[in-house]
Write a protein that binds this ligand. Structure first.
Ligand code: AMP
Length: 537
């Protein structure tokens, strides 16, 4: 017997319609590219995203077409989120920090038809425009009179594109399992891979993130995603804030501590979220300038990399803001777990309390976790046994965009590549990664890519890249190499060689010349040994 309830698909358009209908006056505030503050509301975001959807449709963009963004966090980026998904297309957020060859690969692989970009990114796109195979519309996110001269064919100002439609646009009724958004991750080996979220997964994830143990969002909240909208949909905050009716505050391109502090204070931000490396300079700024913490700020949700104990202790002890540790991945939309302390744990002395905070926390309802050994046998949740963390849930991917490879285990779990222990209550402690990937300031560096490129240098016969702890970026790569010439090539020539195909921040901080690399029995470089020898700096 079926239950007697209505069938209503869970759609991204229903989020923006709800926000406009119920919380239409709640503000969406952005720092735009010229540094000034732009004020908008959920009602205006709905109206403008409908107009944009109509304009895109007028240009022939239709169901499942990919619409790429190359942009900082602003109201316009938010409008593209809703327009592209709401009309049945796929909003594809692209990370502008990648090397041009990686960008070209991603834009061509996704076969994007439209590219929305912020004016500062025009030169980056111009440099590869001849290699872009599918883009028909370049929409520069600016006013009509701000459109710079460029080599982008037919480039149009965002506001001119918007003006192509009168706004009388109705969202289509889609199947809730239709794809809505696409985000490539470099957190895997090989080429970047596209996590393809559905309308249903996006809406369920929005319910998940607004819940008390995650972001605890409500109409009363003013939330600032410092995490970029091109990192796993800004952790879902553009959708969650719409569901909850929270005020949304976007920092744009100005991520320096002074600008962030100003916005936090002026917009009475209560909640903010980002990777550890953005909070370290922020706290340092508060400490050194004698500026008090923005008075309304209650909660900092930090994830993407493991935060240092000193960071946690100063957030809670020095600045009296609640710290919440979160873990997740692009493939998990990204919410996988959060760590909320009980009153008993909170009342512990600071050092003991940060012990609790260092763990990545428990999964919210919907997400299930387990750890397995090398043979795939499930290990006990005893806080001692460690193995690969596997995950499943209604917002966890089961494969990648345009990729037929089976990614799940035979019994339907997604292997995360993280190594962890699980407590009896499913509290995670990440101890390592199975893949030799390095995460620097929230962005991935593939050690294999750097190694292969390094070995293309005529003066290098063998190379290994390891991540070493770094106070500012959490992890940084160093290159350990065996020279093929005597004397070894200069560091400058190696860096120049690497810089031809890798982004500047992906280059190693140090090059260490050795006679030989430590090899294991199976002929692989023993990176654990290298880390032991060199991680101390
Ligand atoms: P991404 O897909 O870029 O969001 O990266 C996901 C990966 O970042 C995870 O698989 C972890 O390796 C790492 N990560 C995310 N959150 C944390 C955390 N709180 N502590 C340690 N590592 C984390």
């Amino acid at each position: 017997m079926r239950g007697r309830v209505m069938q209503m698909p869970l759609l991204v358009s229903s989020l923006i319609e709800h926000a406009a209908r119920v919380h239409g006056d709640r503000e969406v505030v952005s720092r735009i590219m010229n540094g000034s503050i732009h004020r908008s509301t959920w009602g205006e975001v709905r109206d403008r995203s409908r107009r944009l959807a109509g304009a895109l449709q007028g240009r022939g963009v239709g169901l499942t077409d990919r619409v790429a963004t190359f942009a900082w966090n602003t109201h316009r980026h938010l409008e593209v989120y809703y327009a592209a998904s709401g009309m049945g297309g796929i909003c594809h957020t692209v990370n502008p920090r990648l090397h041009p060859t990686q960008l070209t690969y991603i834009l061509n692989h996704a076969a994007d038809r439209v590219l929305f970009l912020d004016p500062p990114f025009i030169p980056l796109v111009e440099a590869v425009v001849d290699q872009l195979e599918s883009i028909e519309v370049y929409a520069v996110m600016c006013d009509s009179d701000e459109l710079p001269e460029s080599k982008l064919p037919g480039a149009i100002a965002y506001e001119d594109l918007l003006a192509e439609h009168d706004g009388d646009y109705e969202w289509p009724e889609l199947d809730e399992n239709t794809a809505a958004a696409l985000c490539y991750t470099s957190g895997t080996t090989g080429h970047p891979k596209g996590a393809l979220y559905s309308h249903r997964s996006t809406v369920l994830h929005a319910y998940g993130i607004i819940s008390p143990d995650v972001f605890n969002l409500s109409r009363a909240a003013s939330v600032m995603p410092i995490v970029p909208l091109f990192h796993a949909s800004g952790w879902g905050l553009p959708y969650g804030a719409a569901a909850a009716g929270s005020k949304l505050v976007f920092p744009g391109a100005q991520l320096d501590p002074t600008s962030i502090t100003e916005l936090l204070r002026d917009e009475e931000v209560t909640h903010c979220a980002g990777v550890p490396s953005v909070f370290i300079p922020l706290l340092k700024h508060w400490r050194e300038s004698g500026a008090k913490k923005p008075p309304e700020l209650e909660l900092m949700v930090i994830g993407g990399s493991a935060p240092a104990r000193s960071l946690i202790e100063s957030i809670e002890g020095e600045f009296e803001i609640e710290f919440r540790h979160a873990w997740g991945m692009t493939e998990t939309s990204p919410l996988g777990s959060t760590n909320v302390l009980t009153p008993g744990e909170r009342s512990m002395p600071p050092a003991r309390r940060s012990e609790y905070h260092l763990k990545q926390g428990r999964p919210p309802f919907g997400v299930q976790l387990r750890i397995v050994d090398e043979d795939g046998e499930v290990l006990p949740n005893d806080g001692v046994a460690f193995g690969e963390l596997q995950v499943r849930g209604p917002w966890v991917v089961d494969g990648y965009f345009a990729d037929d490879t089976e990614r799940l285990t035979s019994d339907g779990w997604f292997p995360t590549g993280d190594v962890a222990t699980l407590d009896p209550d499913c509290n995670i402690r990440i101890t390592d990664r199975t893949k030799d990937l390095i995460k620097s300031g929230g962005e991935w560096i593939s050690s294999i890519d750097v190694e292969n490129t390094a070995m293309g240098h005529p003066g290098i016969t063998m190379a290994a890249v390891i991540g070493v702890p770094d106070e500012k970026w959490m992890e940084r790569p160093i290159l350990v190499a065996v020279p093929g010439t005597d004397p070894p090539p200069s560091d400058d020539s190696v860096l120049e060689h690497l810089g031809a195909t890798l982004a500047k921040w992906q280059l190693p901080d140090r090059i260490i010349w050795v006679e030989a690399l430590p090899m294991g029995a199976t002929g692989k470089v023993q990176k654990t040994k290298l880390r032991e020898e060199h991680a101390g700096g």
